[in-house]
Write a protein that binds this ligand. Structure first.
Ligand SMILES: [Zn+2]
Length: 160
């Protein structure tokens, strides 16, 4: 079996009105995330991990942030576009593990919905997706509630 690993990391800054969208799930928050797209930092990290695993660059190359086509884009649609490329190259998901790093909003109440939604977007079992969340104990930019960071690791497998 051909096994490929990929990792992704993304950050978006708080600004303007809430809510935020994380893992394609709308979560109440007193501030939103500033971005060209919907600012879904988790899906961006996952898309980058998938692109990394297949050696296809990063989402900045695929979806340039100066391209008006992606203004306010639903990152779920962007992730599915990346996923199509992955499957067209003959790969399937073995597992995906991701961490959301933020002081706000609270992720735990939404963790299962996020896991389910990502499984739906990729058409895989929810058991292949793990979503974790952590604060940074009020340290650093996430601790100061300046933004949200996300990290993701994926493992892909192909028959040949
Ligand atoms: Zn992003």
């Amino acid at each position: 079996m051909n096994i490929r690993i990929g990792q992704g990391f993304d950050v978006h800054k708080f600004g303007g009105e809430g809510p935020v969208t994380l893992g394609n799930i709308v979560i109440p928050c007193d501030q939103g995330l500033l971005a060209h797209s919907d600012g879904d930092v988790l899906l961006h990290a996952i898309a980058d991990a998938l692109l990394g695993a297949i050696g296809a660059g990063d989402i900045g190359v695929w979806f340039p942030d100066n391209d008006p086509a992606y203004a306010g884009a639903d990152s779920g649609v962007l992730l599915q576009q990346v996923w199509r490329e992955v499957t067209q190259r003959g790969f399937g998901l073995i597992n995906l593990d991701a961490t959301i790093i933020c002081q706000k909003p609270k992720i735990n109440p939404h963790r299962q919905a996020i896991q389910q939604r990502i499984a739906e977007l990729l058409d895989v079992a929810a058991t292949q997706i793990n979503i974790k969340a952590t604060t940074t104990e009020e340290l650093g930019f996430t601790g100061r509630k300046e933004g949200i960071a996300a990290m993701a690791v994926v493992l892909l497998g192909a028959a040949s």
